[in-house]
Design a protein around this ligand. Structure first.
Ligand code: UDP
Length: 318
């Protein structure tokens, strides 16, 4: 029996590369696609020699071609950290809109099931807490974050339209803040920022007064949730995240404690439209997928800090 084939866009990125690992472990043939504007070959170099793995260098916003059959398509290509999508606003809008359209067309042609990576950013700066999937959000379309938020909202709308109009099998995961090995040290997100500052002997930069909250999910938990969602028959959006909520100030203190640094915190202005609070309501994931996160922050941060320490050392030696 030939292996079932899965396409992962953004396959050389943080989440995409972990998904490639998971599908290979489950016995699939994996095709990873990336244009490497934020992804890195380092994340998949351990897979390159495998006969059940292929890498296509491709910008999915332009055109997507994959020969042969496809069972599943997972669309994870996109700049995903605020500093990345502020630097690349047009690419971010294009990969969420044109890229999604191209991939939906590919899924239709192949009879494949398509799962899209949506985000808690569809809720914007939320007025409902914790966020349920039925909440429609509070997004500023013309603010700096609008390029990501609206691309993802359009992506959901387009995916739903292919589902209802063409009968395409689709799945929508709304991903909340996720962390783990293979995050880029310089991606500007709060965890890599704090950890690299602590390890380099710099003060940790808190934006605003640090009273804003986030809820951090370890990557293995996220991948398990996505895997279950893909195999389920649920076509509506599902939040996947860890409900353990923490203020950014407390999080900075936690990183200072865990890294054993002598550094302190310093305050910088809060970026425009920065959400004040964020926590996933995961009742749907619990009921429909039987899923909930297994890793506490303490457990997830251990391997993550190890990874970052190695990366900082490599950088200093280079
Ligand atoms: N943040 C911070 N210092 C940093 C980077 C981020 O205080 O060096 C804050 C940021 O303003 C936000 C939170 O940490 O309130 C999470 O930011 P991140 O960029 O990780 O992701 P977001 O959840 O905002 O997309």
């Amino acid at each position: 029996m030939p292996k079932k084939r899965v396409l992962v866009t953004g396959g050389a990125g943080f989440l995409g590369s972990h998904l490639c690992d998971r599908f290979l472990a489950e016995g699939y043939h994996v095709i990873a696609m990336d244009n490497l504007i934020t992804g890195s070959m380092e994340n998949i170099e351990h897979l390159m020699a495998r006969p059940d793995f292929e890498y296509y260098h491709c910008d999915v916003s332009k055109y997507v071609h994959v020969p042969g059959e496809l069972k599943y398509i997972l669309h994870f290509a996109s700049p995903a950290s605020p500093i990345d999508y502020l630097k690349m606003p047009i690419q971010t809008l294009k990969v969420g809109s044109l890229g999604t359209h191209n991939l939906l067309g590919l899924a239709k042609a192949k009879g494949a099931r398509m799962l899209i990576a949506s985000t808690s950013e569809v809720y914007g700066d939320p007025l409902v807490h914790p966020q349920t999937e039925t909440y429609w959000g509070n997004v500023n379309p013309v603010g700096p974050r609008g390029v990501y938020d609206e691309a993802k909202r359009f992506q959901e709308a387009m995916t739903m339209a292919y589902h209802t109009f063409h009968g395409l099998e689709t799945r929508i995961v709304r991903i909340f803040n996720t962390y783990g090995p293979r995050m880029r040290l310089d991606d500007g997100r709060v965890l890599p920022a704090f950890v690299s500052q602590a390890l380099r002997g710099e003060d940790l930069t808190i934006f605003g007064d640090g009273s804003q909250t986030r809820s951090f999910c370890y990557v293995d938990d996220l991948v398990e949730g996505i895997y279950r969602l893909l195999l389920s028959d649920y076509a509506h959006p599902v939040n996947i995240g860890n409900p353990a909520e923490i203020t950014i100030r407390e999080f900075a203190e936690e990183i200072i404690r865990l890294t054993g640094t002598e550094q302190k915190v310093t305050y910088k202005p809060l970026p425009q439209d920065d959400p004040k609070q964020r926590q996933p309501d995961i009742s749907v994931a619990r009921e429909v997928l039987g899923w909930e996160p297994k890793y506490s922050r303490a457990e997830g941060l251990k391997p993550t800090l190890e990874y970052f320490k190695k990366k900082v050392l490599q950088k200093q030696e280079a």
